[in-house]
Design a binder for this molecule. Structure first.
Ligand code: SF4
Length: 284
């Protein structure tokens, strides 16, 4: 017998399918205030195609869970299968949304929402899009924090469900970018140009790594690129944070940039002023 499904039945079937999609995460941070507007829940997806020397989350790079060593389990999702035995765990959209919904009140009151970070969250497009769609359906503001090193069609697929992209620019010199991140910056810059042309909502984030990305020459090259090639005027400078070094120790890995002090506030103010003098809006 042939059954003719109604639109409502088809919607329910589509929603059920979305909620059963699953992917790999390695952390979930609540009450985050530096990952987009307002108070946010940040979900850290596993897997990254880059290998930045200064990466604060080296446990993010492997796309699948890996031996935990002495890293802590994901504290906000204690019941996840595998959590506590490995770095990262598989989680369904439905389970993750249950946790996310607990903080909707904070999102609403602060103008916040959910940020999907990594690793590189766009490396799990089906999972990410299912999460983004579900959030948007429920009226939750969405941010995607990306390295930009991903096929443009994947970025394009996520765009309808993304309120803001946090987009990293690390180094303008291609050979230095290859040396310190493992990949060329061409795809990253090309994607950024396409996103700008398409009117995507963008906030550029520049990690300031002493002696690597924070040099006057690199910051000037980034500023000139944005001024000359794009309409993007929102930037954020991310001060170096030495806390990442201790994580490398716990993981038994070498911290390749070496030890550095955190920047003084005057130094940050000078670097922010460098962008502001050309009309950029610099987030703090
Ligand atoms: S892009 Fe980000 S997550 Fe990936 S290696 Fe670089 S700093 Fe780490």
């Amino acid at each position: 017998m042939t059954t003719v499904s109604t639109q409502k039945e088809r919607n329910i079937a589509a929603e059920t399918a979305t909620r059963s999609v699953s992917g790999y995460i390695y952390d979930l941070k609540k009450y985050a205030i530096h990952d987009g507007p307002g108070i946010r829940t940040t979900v850290f997806l596993k897997g990254c195609p880059l290998d930045c020397w200064w990466c604060h989350n080296p446990e993010s790079r492997d796309p699948k869970p890996e031996p935990r060593g002495n890293m802590r389990p994901i504290k906000n999702l204690p019941l996840l299968e595998g959590n506590g035995h490995s770095i990262g765990a598989k989680v369904s959209v439905a389970a993750l949304m249950q946790e996310i919904r607990k903080d909707v009140l904070f999102f609403d009151e602060s103008g916040g929402g959910v940020t999907f970070s990594g690793g590189e969250p766009l490396m799990q497009p089906e999972f990410l899009i299912a999460l983004l769609r579900t959030c948007k359906t429920e009226g939750i503001h969405t941010v995607v924090d990306t390295s930009g090193y991903i096929p443009f069609r994947v970025i394009k697929e996520t765009a309808p469900w993304t309120d803001l992209f946090l987009y990293d620019i690390k180094l303008m010199d291609e050979s230095l970018h290859k040396k310190y991140t493992g990949v060329s910056n061409r795809r990253i810059l090309d994607n950024l140009l396409q996103m700008d042309q398409g009117g995507y909502p963008l906030l550029i984030r520049i990690p300031l790594i002493p002696g690597f990305t924070d040099t006057d020459g690199n910051l000037e090259a980034i500023r000139n690129f944005l001024l000359e090639k794009t309409r993007i005027r929102d930037v954020e400078l991310l001060p170096y944070n030495s806390m990442g070094e201790s994580k490398y120790e716990r993981l038994g890995l070498d911290y390749r940039p070496g030890k550095h002090a955190m920047p003084a506030e005057e130094e940050m103010a000078t670097k922010r002023a460098f962008f502001r003098e050309k009309g950029f809006r610099v987030r703090e």
